[in-house]
Design a protein around this ligand. Sequence first.
Ligand code: TXA
Ligand code: MG
Length: 326
Amino acid sequence: MYVNLNKKIVPATHRYIGEAADILKGGGLVAFPTETVYGLGANALDPAAVSRLYRAKGRPQNNPLILHVSGIMDASRYAGLNSTAEILMHQFWPGPLTLVLFASDKIPSVTRAGLDTVALRAPLNMVALDLIREAGLPIAGPSANRSGRPSPTTAQTVYEDLGDEVDMIIDGGPTTIGVESTVVDVTGDLVSVLRPGGVTVEMLEEFVDLAADDEEFGYRSPGNLHRHYAPQIPLLLWDPSKNGDGIFVRVEDVPWCYMGLSGTPEGVREPMKKIVFGSVQDYAKGLFSTLRDLETLCNVIVAELPEDAGLGRAVRNRLEKAAAPE
Ligand code: TXA
Ligand code: MG
């Protein structure tokens, strides 16, 4: 049980979802659960509400927002669909896949950060879907963290970061996937992966042709220009297949913490806290909350990079962003 001091955190009941929909229609901000991370919602069609959302997060204005919609029909009102998009939507919606498409002129420029495209997704979460339907609006929803911080996977974390800025936080419990959606650009002939996430590259490849060069050039989403997800203490990345155990020399004399899949190697001094996940799915699910927990306990975090495949790609991508120099 959490202590809800100011009543901004509310349970996901029909009554509160109705109130939240009214707040959105009135230009307010509502944090809501999805299957990936919590989103900070605003009416995507209301430029003033969207501007308020950017300010609340401290988000750079050149980083466009994802619009949360209820499904394919809803999506077709806000973007030009093509056959590739429809295949992917049929296959993976509702779910952790965001599609970048040419935007309809109904979408205000501030929502698109001035681009001619817009990112859309239908989340696999009943509370989020109810809220979208109840509001009758596309909900602009970046992750509900202060810009640069690890994304929130619980209502309490949203409150810690944005409690003063948000009008209501709907508590849907901890999110199930833990890392954000996969973002794909489907405006060209080939599908480009802009951000790896809950729908893996291997899953996409079963249905569409992917552009081959994305990883060489780095993921090209505007959001990837920024340092992200960073804990407040140094984060060192350990890739057992590449940099061996040498990295542990750097934590010999400091209070350090470990998170990863294989545990700490033999001969290395025990960390203050060791979080060993049983699977890459559990690693993804616990990634952001563990970064937030460990930063309050130790001086340095050593995080193990999982194998660069499946959901491991998304975990690696978030860890690399979190460890990037400012
Ligand atoms: O799982 C998720 O996607 C979560 C939940 C709340 O749905 N949302 C989320 O939003 O992660 P945000 O704003 O933190 O990340 C959106 C990503 C950014 O990297 C942004 O640059 C990219 O999507 N994006 C949005 N619109 C785009 C566009 N038109 N073209 C290319 N990338 C776009
Ligand atoms: Mg984010």
